[in-house]
Design a protein around this ligand. Sequence first.
Ligand SMILES: CC(C)(COP(=O)(O)OP(=O)(O)OC[C@H]1O[C@@H](n2cnc3c(N)ncnc32)[C@H](O)[C@@H]1OP(=O)(O)O)[C@@H](O)C(=O)NCCC(=O)NCCS
Length: 423
Amino acid sequence: MSAPPATSPSLVLAHPTLAERKHTWTLTQPEWGTALTLEEYLHREEYLTTVPLAKHGGVTHWILTVASAPPDQRPILSSCETLRKRALYSTTAPPGGGGVAEGIAHGVGSVFTDPAYRGKGYASRMLTMVADELKAHQGTLMSPSATAASSAADDKRLPPVAFSFLFSDIGKKFYASRGWVPHPSSHLSFTTLPSRRSSTASSDAAAAAPPPVAAIGYHELAELCTRDESLLRDRMSRLPSSLEAHQAPSSFASTPPDASRPLTYVALAPDLDTMLWHLMREDFITTRLFGTTPSVRGAVFGHPGRRVWAVWTRTYQAAPPAISANTLYILRLVVEDESAGEEYLAEGLRAVIDLAREEAAEWGTAKVLLWNPDGEVEGLMRRSGLTFEAVEREKDSILSLMWYGDGPGENVVWVAGEKYTWC
Ligand SMILES: CC(C)(COP(=O)(O)OP(=O)(O)OC[C@H]1O[C@@H](n2cnc3c(N)ncnc32)[C@H](O)[C@@H]1OP(=O)(O)O)[C@@H](O)C(=O)NCCC(=O)NCCS
């Protein structure tokens, strides 16, 4: 397969047709198809262009190809997709001191080179071009047949692009040397718990009574997400902009920040569309594996104002009974009032995590993972008597961020790093 070298000016970035996307998905299925057959995977990938967050130009597919060949007959030298998300970032500019601004963040995913073209620099060339393009990218409506699709933002005034990010599954080096700075990526891993609901039929029903925690379904999500975003904005506006006052040194990127410059805190908005993107992805696979969708999508403890709650999603590498690599991820964990008292918060966290562990057991997954908990949450978890393994990841799901705003990328601190950020 002869194709121009990766440095050739004849290479261009283009949006693939549906047939070209299907060709790429066919190649990526062995890598990312998990528990889905090829047919199911092709269906899932197309379906994922129609769900909240992705629809209306939210998802954009990119290929590196040659300018001279027509669509559907040109080589696909490398490919990826980007998902547009709402980003929040702290600002320190006077007058008025710190505030929280809203921008766009593009999540880069599914970076892939056909094995026949690997090791020739095509992914690197594509990523360099995509990174540049994303700085001003607002979204692209992917039409089934067109190659150069119109901008989704032609008549909408979307905020500027603040950064792009990705989760590397190939360690820290590859994307770091192409401009995406690796950030700390850790998780807590909990074992599953046999369901107490089914055991309450025993004579010892009182002892087995479930803790005061309620299940969260689809219909509770909108209110919770709105509240969460407002609390997050408030917290971000109070975080110190100077390195000296910063409390959690472990939250910095691998390169030390410049102490003479202010810190910038960034987060992805934990909004309803973001949660729905994950839950609808989950619905797709549970429908295929179990013929149904789960009704319990999270758990909430306590009353409004003092709630502790989590939303989660189940992911499957294989169909049960091969469950060892299947995981229930906490998408977002929220403590509404951090001053509610250690004992109360520890009890709330335990109740929420234990319900997640029960759901994990019931739905053919082998563990519960919570990404990037802050130090206080981890301390409260320990205090609650929960046991878990704390893991610092070095190879998989490494958050890597390219900052497009003012100031050095090393001074960017990622907050709210649970799994809802993944794409
Ligand atoms: C990773 C991938 C996209 C690279 O594509 P490519 O066109 O061969 O990439 P390039 O020729 O531009 O660059 C090759 C680089 O990829 C690195 N690389 C490839 N596979 C890697 C792996 N599994 N782990 C670490 N680095 C890897 C090579 O070491 C080389 O790095 P260097 O240039 O810094 O020495 C391709 O190997 C692929 O599609 N892999 C399967 C899917 C995948 O893992 N995608 C990434 C998900 S985060």
